[in-house]
Design a protein around this ligand. Sequence first.
Ligand code: CS2
Length: 489
Amino acid sequence: MAARGGVVSRLSRASLPQVPSGPRVAGPPPSGLAERVGILHLGIGAFHRAHQAVFTEDAALAADEPGWGICGVTQRSASVVEQLRPQDCLYAVLERGSGEPTARIVGQVSDVLFAAEEGDRLTQRFTDPAVRVVTLTVTEKGYRRAATGRLDLDDPVVQSDLAGGARSTVGQIVRGLQARAEADAGGISVLSCDNLIDNGRVLHRLVMDFCAALPSAEGGAIGAWVEQHVSFPSSMVDRIVPATTEADRADAAALLGCIDEALVVAEPFRQWVIEDAFSAGRPAWERAGADLVADVAPFEQLKLRMLNGTHSLLAYLGALRGYDTIAQAVSDDELADAARNLMRQDVIPTLVQPQGLDVAAYGEQVLERFANPALRHRTTQVAMDGSQKLPLRLLGTVRDRLAAGETPEWAALAVAAWMAYVATARDRRGQELPLDDPLAQRLRQAAGTGGDATAVVNGLLCVREVFGEDLPESAAFKDCLTGHLKGLL
Ligand code: CS2
């Protein structure tokens, strides 16, 4: 390991020559390729580093096209900045598949900033004509939507942004675009990479909601500029990226010969389907294996309902059974059967199948990916933010099945498992389960004391942000939920 005076060095450009080369260690490409920033990324967490940054680096290399370096913005804490900056923004992706893990050092991120403390630098990036794409991974809750799906104008952070701030994602985008319009820096595309249905359209509408809520002269001007100069393509992203652990850091250190505080871990699989609707150019992502298509919707629906819906089912049922990881959960035959039934009986009949794609085989591949024991993706990590995730990944299936006159048995089992998770907050060995959710307090109140299935179902169904106005009215859904929840409690 690279050590000076007994101190093991951090990964950085200076320590690169000491990184041993070998079949299990790769990268990074020459630094010149990513030096110039062309992409501003909001929410530089592990997922972005393991997904879009890797695709972008591969695209830059394949097309030999510099100018698409990434400036990563962190929203809530400075810790990512503290991890990346001392490393010249280098980090490794530790890939865990069936063989020995491999490490690839990525050099596509060339700057990183903490929005709360470096607002001026953020504005500079927005006003730089070389920056032509803004990407975002801010998770479902980062969009701050109300039960109606529109921007939550009662949210105090949104309100303070409307009064001049730039803390919420949508506020940051609109303030950034205002500065860009003023600087006459040209068109730009804003690409959502979060697990939302129709993520581009949703973001576009939220941005327009924000403009409309500004004082009319101000809002009208920026709204008109956005409509003329900004596009909001949709995209479907897929790669399983569990939270990095100390064990991962130790494995990476053994491979790299130095410490990587910004390490991310991922499965070998990765997929990106992008609507090809960019206002001002984009990297040659197709050269890196991404699919540039006219319509992302069928792919988004497929992924959200098949993969994410099943992921949540396994997370809640698995956590309740005391399984730590998704791989353990899916190796339980009963849970694997439930996962298969959810996909085959409830989800597949609702899908608009992407042309040429075998959805049954897709489902089997999803289960194989979940079974990867090396990933150690924790059930409680997937279980988090259920109130935000359920509507997107499970309740569309429920609604479509009900509308077809069918009972969504397995999707209801997944929802009931979430209800049991919320209501008991314990697994069957009595271990506490964390309820990490922006609505946690409301959910706990709605679930009551948690002993009686009917009361829990009635209480939680009233949370309109999750179930809307329609689902509490469905007797078939309510009965099905109550039946499952009785079994689970
Ligand atoms: C998971 C996703 O945490 C979760 O809710 O379902 O993060 C999942 O791993 C990714 O969407 C896979 O692409």
